[in-house]
Design a protein around this ligand. Structure first.
Ligand code: SF4
Ligand code: SF4
Length: 297
């Protein structure tokens, strides 16, 4: 994916998350505006005065007729409610009749994971964007630790099964922690999310570079699980060789993968960094159609 498009998408997500209460276009499918008391209760003590100040200064936020709604873990676009299946499984576990629109939206997101693997990680996730930012700030004394990749499946199971013992770990999903922490910083609530996000970023900064995304995130684990069957894949062209001793693609991969030997495993998020640095233009992102004559190999 084009670097600037990726950055624009990630910046838009961060801005949307930060502006959720102020824009008031962002609620879970039922209303597009909160009453002042509810606003304060949901987002923190500063939400009400800040939203009122915005309204006095800029006027009321645009009325989008329900075309854009959602929450931290879902987004409603013109009647489609795209929802994170992990959060859904956890949050709707106790409901006898979960809303059909949300169930369909969750299924649609599962299908997107099946088709494109970890594309959410590569193009949209706000934690992934912050993790890459933090990796540029790593001090010399930072450790080069790593965690086993199966840990992500443990955290995935913990988030999905927590409601069975009456708990919820949804706010620990890294992307959710970003949204909640940003709201907390702006509106004065969600101190817990600020601490969770700070802890995750600090671990990436000092203990293991991108360790949260490589090995801890439940969402990354689910996407890589379904990504085994993904349609869009990164592949090296068989007729093009690597330059001698070149490791540029492996060095550029933020998920620690090595695309030289063949299609990288299901962990690949199709971000395209390795494609951009390859001096032989050997790597391509495509739907594999190996048997068609005339297709570049
Ligand atoms: S692994 Fe998790 S936190 Fe990292 S980019 Fe993917 S969804 Fe975001
Ligand atoms: S292998 Fe390439 S496309 Fe896949 S995650 Fe690594 S850098 Fe991105």
């Amino acid at each position: 994916m084009n670097r600037w498009l990726r950055r624009a998408l990630q910046a838009s997500v961060l801005l949307l998350l930060a502006g959720i209460p102020a824009l008031q276009i962002w609620t879970v499918g039922v209303t597009t505006r909160w009453a002042p008391e509810e606003l304060e209760q949901r987002y923190g003590p500063l939400a009400r005065p800040l939203v009122e100040l915005c309204a006095r200064t800029f006027g009321d936020p645009p009325e989008l007729g329900g075309l854009l709604t959602g929450g931290i873990w879902s987004i409603g676009l013109g009647g489609f409610e795209l929802a994170d299946p992990i959060a859904l499984a956890s949050l709707l576990a106790g409901l006898a009749w979960p809303p059909v629109a949300l169930l369909l939206g969750g299924a649609l997101v599962l299908l997107l994971h099946l088709a494109f693997g970890r594309l959410f990680c590569g193009a949209l996730c706000p934690y992934g964007a912050l993790s890459r930012l933090v990796s540029r700030l790593r001090p010399r004394f930072a450790l080069e630790g790593s965690l086993p990749r199966w840990l992500g499946f443990v955290t995935l199971g913990a988030v999905v099964l927590a409601p069975l013992v009456g708990g919820s770990l949804v706010s620990l999903l890294p992307y959710a922690a970003v949204g909640l922490a940003m709201q907390g910083l702006v509106f004065g609530g969600w101190l817990g999310a600020v601490l969770v996000l700070g802890g995750l970023l600090l671990s990436d900064l000092l203990l293991w570079e991108h360790g949260v995304c490589r090995s801890l995130c439940p969402s990354g684990a689910l996407q890589s699980l379904l990504g085994r069957w993904r349609v869009l894949r990164l592949e090296p062209l068989r007729k093009v060789g690597c330059e001698a001793h070149c490791h540029l693609c492996a060095e550029s991969c933020w998920l620690g993968l090595d695309p030289r030997a063949g299609a990288p495993d299901s962990e690949c998020d199709s971000c395209g960094r390795c494609i951009g640095v390859c001096p032989s233009s050997r790597l391509v992102l495509r739907v594999p159609v190996r048997d068609l004559p005339g297709r570049p190999q």
